[in-house]
Design a protein around this ligand. Structure first.
Ligand SMILES: *Cc1c(COP(=O)(O)O)cnc(C)c1O
Length: 363
């Protein structure tokens, strides 16, 4: 039997009745946009993140864009983002007409906070820390630097639902953007996203901007756009949110098992476990023989992933910025060495042992 990186079908089967009836009740009510399911999910998710407000939107990329746009990021502004992230982080900056300024990462694949101040100039307006894989950036340092230079922080929490920093759920600062892409720790059955904050004025801005800038049905006091989350996705997400902590717990146990068993073969993920509660959206190991190990695992029926094979500064889409190989050595080295192993709550002990055995048998 093959072991996939992620198995959304088995997750669905484990909560099928509840999901089916949540979907059916939206269809029965024929209220598809802006209904009670959306408000309920927004309330539930804000509470889960220990924040006052949540704006449900149609995907995580839009969440980042809306936050940047509503905070006034515009042409000629610069926004510091890590070189090792999904391209959406940079796209959102670009959509505002601003410039993503890349920064190298540390061995833990998170933004290297010691390099931030070198990049700050008069055009710098914001920092987007990306809590990659479910790990959490060094927020104390990032907040200190942002306060010193008057910069906005927007946390990209797309891979870190439920992660904690010093006991507090992320986002640690004012604004956190989430994705509910199906494969994320909390995933919709289609696209979805959210922005959470304690700031009521900003929250109202996010909501209005993502719903055509409207104040009444056909009164629009500002320009906006359509970035709404629909009720079917909201209803599904409210069901799944109830299980999120138990799924994260199971993933943590699998991660612990992998890390304990494999230290001689590969480099397990770095986690500062005193400060960080890692939600293991992904379990990413490192090895000098990455392609060989991947091929070996594939032969053993074990699928793996690479998150991500090309750092953003080397993406063809951004070649016009003129970055070159060697600019961000750690991000580039990681891109050659990382493998994401199968990890999901339904992955059984037998399969975990099979993955461990297959890695041990590789030499
Ligand atoms: C998934 C992801 C996004 C974008 O979310 P979508 O819902 O796919 O638009 C943004 N940032 C990171 C780090 C992501 O992993």
């Amino acid at each position: 039997m093959k072991i996939p990186v992620l198995d959304l079908k088995s997750q669905y089967l484990s909560i099928k009745d509840e999901i089916d009836s949540a979907i059916k009740s939206v269809i029965d009510s024929a209220s598809f946009i802006g209904g009670k399911e959306l408000s309920a999910f927004e309330e539930n998710f804000a509470k889960y993140c220990n924040k006052k407000h949540c704006a449900g939107v149609d995907n995580g990329t839009a969440a980042l864009f809306i936050a940047l746009k509503c905070l006034g990021i515009k042409e000629k502004d610069e926004v510091i983002i890590p070189a090792n992230t999904f391209i959406a982080t940079a796209e959102a900056v670009r959509m505002c007409g601003a410039k993503p300024v890349f920064i190298d990462v540390k061995e833990d694949a998170l933004m290297d906070v010691e390099k931030i101040e070198d990049l700050i100039n008069a055009r710098t307006k914001a920092i987007i820390p990306v809590h990659l894989y479910g790990n959490v950036c060094d927020m104390d340092t990032i907040i200190r630097i942002a306060e010193k230079h008057g910069l906005i922080i927007i946390e990209d929490c797309a891979q870190a639902h439920g992660s904690k920093y010093k006991g507090q759920r992320i986002p640690v600062s004012d604004i956190g953007c989430f994705s509910f892409f199906p494969g994320k720790n909390l995933g919709a059955y289609g696209d979805g996203g959210a922005i959470v904050t304690n700031n009521e004025m900003l929250h109202k801005k996010f909501k209005k901007f993502s719903d055509h800038g409207r104040t009444e049905k056909y009164t629009h006091d500002e320009e906006g756009f359509n970035f709404r989350m629909d009720n079917i996705q909201a209803a599904i997400l409210s069901v799944k949110l109830k299980y999120l902590d138990s799924w994260i717990h199971k993933k943590q146990l699998i991660a612990q098992k992998y890390s304990e068993s494999l230290t001689n073969q590969i480099t397990p993920p770095f986690v500062n476990s005193d400060n960080i509660f890692h939600s293991y959206h992904l379990y990413v190991i490192r090895t000098g023989k990455r392609d060989e190990l991947r091929a070996h695992l594939e032969k053993e029926g074990i699928s793996t992933g690479i998150h991500y094979p090309i750092p953003l500064h080397l993406q063809p889409a951004f070649s016009f910025y003129g970055y070159k190989k060697g600019d961000f050595p750690v991000a580039e080295k990681l891109a050659q060495e990382i493998i994401s192993l199968p990890i999901y709550a339904e992955l059984d002990d037998f399969s975990v042992e099979k993955v461990i055995g297959a890695i041990k048998s590789f030499s």
